[in-house]
Design a protein around this ligand. Structure first.
Ligand SMILES: Cc1ncc(COP(=O)(O)O)c(C=O)c1O
Length: 387
């Protein structure tokens, strides 16, 4: 049996989405900027798909000077465009547990003269907003932008975004939210949310890889990353990938339509995974458990093991999971998220992330519990017994 428990890294394409995309791919040439009948048909497909995406995010995209959606290649690009393009001076406030695509971008900006301020988390991985209020109230920080993730990709801990939006709105500071892990998993209503810009990507909700979005609230302007044609009002030039956007719209529709069932299903499977493992090994530590988490995410420390050895043993046993964010799984440096949470070194060294999806089954989870438990029994350093 092969069990895929790495759904925070990416999800399998829903076959229903594949069908819709295939029909779109086969419809004919799709340059939505062309003036002929093929181009007009593509434009209409693109507009319909984008409006559907907007409505699934609780926002209208057809109002003059209203909210906008920029189609990008995914979460990394959306984050980059938001962080580099929403403001061009002043300091940036971020949490220490942001995704590497955010951290690397702001460190790049720092080298070019922008100052950064960091929000810490508690030991459960929840960002501390009182620190944001303190930063805002001290005048020395000329804060231009706050950027926070909606849910952490490693622990699944859901972050206090509505409160952050309220604080930022009161202070007149734009808030960018990396909602990559939450879109399609939990309800999101962007209209009147007080958020200025939102990042998401289709491959986290059973859509295609290579397409995502940056939603912008009414009146919010963003500088382009690329320069070229006039597509997307010159904010993201390049021929739009119509079939990918149609696929993203279908995937989001299915995710939203099936959200209640999949939340219950993923929550049940995740809880069973944790309770099954804890029943056999009560010493395991589940990270972020004290807070609300994404229903399908579990981050577990297998004390007295090395996460890389566990990962490989599980791979051999047919269980696919991860030892951090997918971007770092090749080299697997210690998790910056767990480090920011001030977890002890032995927890950081031994933590694996599991993510179930609506396509995961209870049989897979029971198989995973046995396999993980066996691997742990083999790899755990046993205490020396004096004789
Ligand atoms: C929170 C978060 N932000 C951004 C990204 C990057 O998204 P993409 O792979 O579409 O570039 C990811 C993907 O792992 C993520 O989990």
């Amino acid at each position: 049996m092969k069990v895929y428990l790495d759904n925070n890294a990416t999800t399998a394409l829903d076959p229903r989405v594949a069908d819709v995309m295939l029909a779109q791919f086969l419809e004919g040439p799709t340059n939505a900027s062309s003036q002929h009948v093929f181009g007009r048909r593509s434009r209409s497909r693109l507009d319909t798909a984008m409006e559907a995406i907007g409505s699934h995010l609780g926002t209208r995209l057809d109002q003059p000077n209203g909210a906008r959606l920029i189609i990008t290649s995914g979460g990394t690009e959306s984050n980059h465009q938001a962080l580099t393009g929403l403001t061009d001076q002043g300091s940036l406030v971020l949490s220490q547990i942001e995704h590497p695509s955010v951290l690397a971008t702001v460190k790049w900006l720092e080298k070019r003269g922008r100052t950064l301020s960091w929000l810490e988390t508690d030991q459960g991985g929840l960002v501390q907003l009182d620190q944001l209020e303190t930063l805002i109230s001290t005048d020395e920080h000329d804060i231009a932008l706050v950027s926070l993730m909606a849910a952490n990709n490693e622990t699944g801990v859901i972050q206090p975004i509505s409160q952050a939006a309220e604080i930022c709105q009161k202070a007149g500071i734009p808030l960018h939210v990396d909602a990559t892990q939450i879109v399609g998993k939990l309800p999101l209503n962007l209209e009147d949310s007080g958020i200025s810009a939102v990042t998401f990507t289709a491959h986290k909700f059973h859509g295609p890889t290579g397409v995502g979005g940056l939603w912008l609230a009414p009146e919010v302007k963003v500088e382009p990353v690329f320069h070229g044609g006039e597509q997307q009002l010159e904010t993201r030039p390049g021929t739009e990938p119509v079939a990918l956007v149609v696929g993203m719209a279908e995937a989001l529709k299915l995710a939203v339509d099936e959200m209640q069932d999949s939340t219950e299903h993923c929550g049940m499977l995740r809880d069973r995974l944790e309770s099954g493992l804890l029943a056999r090994h009560p010493e395991l530590v589940v990270q972020g458990k004290i807070h609300d988490r994404l229903p399908g995410t579990s981050s577990i420390s297998f004390l007295k093991t090395d996460r890389q050895s566990m990962l490989m043993a599980l791979d051999m046993a047919g269980i696919a999971c991860s030892s951090g964010s997918a971007c770092s799984s090749g080299s697997s440096p210690p998790s910056h998220v767990l480090t920011a949470m001030n977890r002890p070194a032995d927890e950081i060294e031994s933590t694996l992330r599991f993510g179930v999806s609506k396509f995961s089954t209870i049989e897979e989870i029971e198989f995973a519990i046995d396999s993980i438990s066996n691997a742990y029994n083999k790899l755990r350093i046993k205490p020396c017994v004096d004789n």
